[in-house]
Design a protein around this ligand. Structure first.
Ligand code: AMP
Length: 598
């Protein structure tokens, strides 16, 4: 494909505000791209390399301006280009404003009489990306000059934007995904349904993976509108998730149809996007999942570990959440994995900085290590990092579609010591207990996951919830207690809490969660002298001690005299500094319950 044809479509896309039209222009472009299909898709997204590949052109705006100035002729300086940029605000418009023909004879690339092709632009950009060391910056500028020198204004606009990775044509990943489905799978789907296919054969596509038993009428409408079926979009989406390569997926869709896409698997050495979490409460998790897997939320940096042991193996290689290669910065994690893992794996986890006792250090500490390229050994002495793996995406086989429970079992098989603890519970009380223990151990909190869920790369779905921290705490007065049970029978185990209402204290809830044995012993000792009445295991206590408690929500409730009840109260600490007169009031509780803050 000629670069001019690509630039012309880019121009049409820029002029086209409506989304539907955008997708069909892109679909047409892909259908016409021939051998340049992979490159064309990447160029549309402003990339030379697929997303999983962390190579970049490494061309700064200054080099781009210099190349433009040189191509524009001897009377134009980089400063002139900069001035125009300040005026127009955008490099593409600046590049399109020059006449580049004059320097042709000086081009390092032929005599300039051949039209520039998409493949040639791609080759040149890849060459300049590979240039390193002394003089590489000026070689990059030379190569770019050679390209600009052969551009007409529309090509120059597109090239300048491509080099700086910002196309400004309204084509995002969603558009590219839809366009791939519409360019290469719409006709195949029509044929499957016995519809008016236009003869493009999906080579094996029609026999497999048919999911067209849905609503026929809808389906026909979709095809008539030039659209693919939902199944086709989903197949493209899934293939993109596991490959992170729009070019490859476009080619597979064209050449192998749905079958080729469905056969794509996560692969060691090709990082995928991390699954993400939404905020949610323990009650949300208990309501939405049959059971809740509670994990520690580690306060570190996300890593994806790729490793295939053996002489022809790969790695261990570590990737950040943005799929940058961070292997060099974390040699102890590399050694740790290489020493222990004996099957090909892709693991998801968190790297945390720890002190000499293995306790977690604040996030800032891990940042001192995470992307470091120099002085790695010295920093390794200063800050120790540890891997907490919490998911296993591949262990011999692709596990993405397997339920979390199965993936976690495989994780425990392949790397038992680094596997994050995985506790399956079915009530919010248990979540609160685990959370308290995690906080006490110095972690950030807990993650609540659906043990039946698949791993959905890049997706911020409802299957992973990061437990919302309690928004407020309440300083409440202890007005009663109950003796504990079992080995805690000698200690108070539950505390009745109250808030002030004028001179009275009105109960609002009971707290039994979040207390260690020592804290219970301490509170028993403090409160026992203030016991005013006892019946059965229940005690009435004179208001003397103030506790800080967390909670998930305040509800109106007839259970307690205050008319409110704390949902999932959790002990935070004793307010040594507060007298009961300074404890929270019923009025504040009422305002908090209304969501009115303080
Ligand atoms: P946030 O950054 O607040 O959106 O929280 C999500 C992040 O928590 C993830 O991207 C991980 O880096 C991190 N994280 C820590 N522990 C876990 C865990 N057990 N499961 C999933 N993510 C975790």
């Amino acid at each position: 494909m000629e670069f001019a044809a690509f630039a012309e479509r880019a121009g049409r896309l820029e002029a086209e505000p409506a989304d539907l039209e955008t997708t069909s222009i892109v679909a047409d472009l892909l259908a016409d791209a021939g051998d340049d299909l992979e490159t064309a898709v990447r160029f549309l997204l402003g990339r030379t390399y697929p997303a999983h590949d962390d190579r970049t052109l490494d061309v700064g705006p200054a080099s781009c301006r210099e190349a433009i100035a040189r191509a524009a002729g001897p009377n134009v300086t980089a400063e002139d280009v900069e001035a125009r940029l300040a005026d127009r605000g955008e490099i593409g418009a600046v590049a399109a404003g020059f006449d580049f023909g004059g320097q042709r004879g000086l081009s390092a690339f032929g005599d300039g009489s051949d039209p520039l092709s998409v493949a040639e632009v791609d080759d040149t950009l890849r060459e300049l990306a590979a240039a390193t060391g002394q003089g590489s910056e000026s070689r990059k500028v030379d190569a770019l000059f050679g390209l600009f020198n052969r551009c007409d204004p529309a090509e120059a606009r597109t090239l300048a934007r491509l080099v700086l990775g910002e196309m400004r044509i309204g084509v995002g990943e969603g558009t590219a995904r839809d366009a791939i489905a519409e360019a290469f799978l719409a006709d195949v789907d029509a044929e499957r349904e016995g519809g008016p296919g236009t003869g493009i054969d999906g080579e094996g596509g029609p026999e497999t993976g048919i999911d067209g038993e849905g609503d026929d009428t809808d389906h026909e409408n979709e095809v008539a509108a030039g659209r693919a079926t939902d199944g086709a979009y989903a197949a493209v989406e899934r293939a993109l998730q596991v490959t992170n390569d729009y070019g490859r997926v476009a080619r597979l869709a064209r050449e192998e149809g749905r079958e080729g896409l469905d056969a794509e698997r996560i692969r060691v050495g090709r990082p995928i996007q991390a699954m993400l979490a939404q905020a949610g409460t323990a009650a949300d998790a208990v309501e939405s999942f049959e059971e809740v897997a509670v994990e520690t939320k580690f306060d570190g940096a996300r890593v994806q570990v790729h490793y295939a042991p053996g002489p022809d193996g790969f790695g261990p290689q570590l990737y950040s959440r943005n799929m940058d290669d961070v292997t060099e910065a974390l040699p102890e994690i590399v050694e740790y994995v290489a020493d222990r893992v004996d099957v090909p794996v892709v693991l998801d986890g968190e790297v945390v900085a720890v002190d000499d006792d293995g306790s977690p250090l604040p996030f800032q500490e891990v940042l001192r290590r995470f992307r470091r390229k120099h002085d790695v050994d010295r920093m390794r002495e200063a800050v120790t990092c540890r891997l907490h793996a919490f998911d296993c995406l591949l262990a011999g086989d692709d596990l993405l579609e397997e339920p979390l429970r199965v993936r976690h079992d495989r994780l425990t098989d392949v790397l038992p010591e680094a596997a994050a603890e995985f506790r399956v519970v079915d009530d919010a009380e248990a979540v609160a207990r685990i959370e308290s223990a995690a906080l006490e151990a110095g972690h950030e909190g807990v993650m609540l996951k659906n043990p039946a869920s698949a791993y959905t790369p890049g997706n911020r779905g409802r299957d992973w919830l990061k437990r919302k921290p309690d928004v407020e705490t309440l300083d409440a007065v202890v007005v009663g207690a109950e003796w504990g049970e079992g080995r805690r029978a000698e200690l108070f185990g539950t505390f009745l809490l109250a808030v002030r209402d004028g001179d009275d204290y009105e109960p609002i809830g009971k707290v039994a969660t979040g207390l260690t044995d020592e804290e219970l012993a301490d509170l028993t000792e403090r409160l026992e002298p203030h016991v005013v009445a006892e019946s059965g295991t229940e005690l009435r206590i004179r208001p003397e001690v103030v506790l800080e408690v967390g909670y998930e929500e305040i509800q109106t409730s007839p259970t307690y005299g205050s008319g409110y009840a704390l949902r999932f109260p959790r002990f935070v600490g004793v307010r040594e500094d507060k007298s009961v007169e300074a404890a929270d009031t019923l009025e504040r509780v009422a305002r908090l319950a209304e969501g009115d803050g303080d």
